[in-house]
Design a protein around this ligand. Structure first.
Ligand code: AMP
Length: 214
């Protein structure tokens, strides 16, 4: 099964993507996570991507497409994947379709997690990320057992630069301009599924499972 997660930054698509990956036994591929790992390891790709990410802007299409095509070559992708944060622009979606078509394949579902902008800004300011392993939490909705300390690896938590309110506003503007057109793109392919992302995390997931199958 090949799935794309759509939705504004902070809509909870990452959380849902991880749950889908675990239930259907397919890899969760987050381009944002791949970039952050590269930044942490100070690779050339990481240095290039950071310039854009710190401003809340998109990394250029050719960098993202090259990265994802490389990732697809890994063995764990043979039964499909859930893509979180890719594609984010029409050229990226077209590059993905073209690459799949060459192997007679296609995306099965594009899941749009719908959350209004006001909710997003409130949510993102409470988000915390671990400096060690990248695990994410929310001070209100998904807190750690000990405040400020990662449950997974014990390192400290931070508000990511790109989760700061002024940057979030810019990310939302960029999202509406560049990623919203993908909704029409996947609607016309008749694979778009819309779910209400303001609901409780488990309810959102069960609505997704109802569509994907048990
Ligand atoms: P995320 O964790 O998915 O919200 O991604 C964090 C940041 O990484 C985004 O704000 C972009 O700067 C960059 N990024 C991740 N995926 C893409 C993509 N498909 N196209 C362009 N930029 C991306």
């Amino acid at each position: 099964m090949k799935i794309i997660m759509l939705g504004a930054p902070g809509a909870g698509k990452g959380t849902q993507a991880k749950k889908i990956a675990s239930k259907y036994n397919i890899p969760h591929i987050s381009t944002g996570d791949i970039f952050r790992a590269n930044i942490k390891n100070n690779t050339e790709l990481g240095r290039k991507a950071k310039v854009y990410m710190d401003k809340g802007e998109y990394v250029p299409d050719e960098l993202v497409v090259a990265l994802i095509m490389d990732r697809f070559k890994e063995a764990d992708c043979k039964n499909g994947y859930v893509l979180d944060g890719f594609p984010r622009t029409i050229p990226q979606a077209e590059a993905l379709d073209k690459a799949l078509l060459e192997n007679g394949e296609q995306i099965d579902f594009a899941i749009d997690v719908l959350v209004p902008d006001e909710h997003i800004i409130k949510r993102m300011s409470g988000r915390r990320a671990c400096v060690g392993c990248g695990a994410t939490y929310h001070i209100q909705y998904n807190p750690t057992k000990t405040e400020g300390v990662c449950d997974v690896c014990g390192e400290s938590l931070i508000l990511r630069d790109d989760d700061k309110p002024e940057i979030v506003q810019n990310r939302l503007t960029v999202y509406h301009e560049k990623t919203q057109p993908l909704i029409d793109y996947y609607t016309s392919k008749e694979i778009l599924v819309e779910v209400d992302g303001t609901k409780d995390m488990e309810e959102v997931f069960s609505n997704i499972v109802n569509v994907l199958g048990k």
